[in-house]
Design a protein around this ligand. Structure first.
Ligand code: GLN
Length: 242
């Protein structure tokens, strides 16, 4: 009798030029997606070529963009995200956005891919860091809040007309009562739940964007979510059309 063919691995790349890439690696090692998750630390176009999906970590978005340019990775990254899932956390979310406000002098190179306008350091320079419990749609045990760690985090300013057919799907908003005072009022009552600045996690098709740092917790549900909800369905769909 023929033994069942082993399930193929899932290869997740983590852009490892600067920032919290090692922390993401530790988290993915805990994920059980009934497939072996292989991690590649991506520093060259050849590394990227081995990956089914990519994570762009938090760090300093201008530094990551500069190092990506020096490594000859900017163009390969822009091509990669046309067909494969990319998850940007914090600085990575900035790089994944279509437009950036508060860019450093000389501009901010972005990869685009997710049709939002985002502000660097959007919570203001005084309040550089805060933590808040988040409700996240679609996460395993979604009634258990996810601990959001925001470190000089970007803020979503606007959801723009979609660059692709995939609509923006907001999966987590921070409660307006937990926003730092530096954000300023959302509206006259300061409670507008639809203000884009309350968006802290969203999807657009296969891509995932979080303005906080799931890799700095011990809770790997977001890493599992990326593999199960973004990466595996994209791999299955491209295998079906191949
Ligand atoms: N924790 C972070 O990733 C901070 C992001 C940083 N403020 C930037 O502009 O890139």
């Amino acid at each position: 009798m023929q033994s069942p063919s082993p399930r193929p691995d899932v290869t997740i790349g983590i852009l490892a030029l600067q920032g919290a890439f090692a922390e993401h690696q530790v988290m993915f090692q805990k994920v059980n997606a009934r497939r072996r998750v292989v991690i590649v630390l991506v520093r060259t176009p050849e590394d990227l070529g081995r990956c089914d999906a990519l994570v762009i970590p938090g760090g300093e978005s201008t530094t990551i963009a500069l190092l990506a340019r020096l490594a000859g990775l900017l163009e390969p990254l822009a091509q990669f995200l046309k067909s494969k899932p990319v998850w940007g956390t914090c600085a990575g979310a900035i790089l994944l956005s279509a437009e950036v406000e508060n860019a450093k002098k000389g501009g901010q190179e972005v990869l685009g891919g997710v049709s939002v306008k985002i502000a660097r350091n959007g919570w203001g320079s005084q309040v550089e860091s805060f933590e808040a419990p988040l409700e996240v749609e679609g996460l395993r045990e979604s009634n258990r809040p996810f601990h959001g760690i925001f470190i000089r985090a970007p803020v979503v300013l606007d959801v723009m007309p979609a660059l692709t057919d995939a609509p923006i799907q907001v999966i987590s908003r921070i409660s307006s009562s937990l926003l730092p005072a530096s954000v300023g009022p959302l509206d006259e009552d300061d409670t507008d739940p639809r203000d884009p600045r309350t968006i802290v996690a969203l999807r657009q098709g296969k891509h995932l964007l979080t303005t906080f740092h799931p890799e700095l917790t011990k809770d790997y549900r977001f890493h599992e979510y990326f593999v199960v909800e973004c990466v595996l369905p994209t791999m299955a769909a491209s295998a079906a059309t191949a």
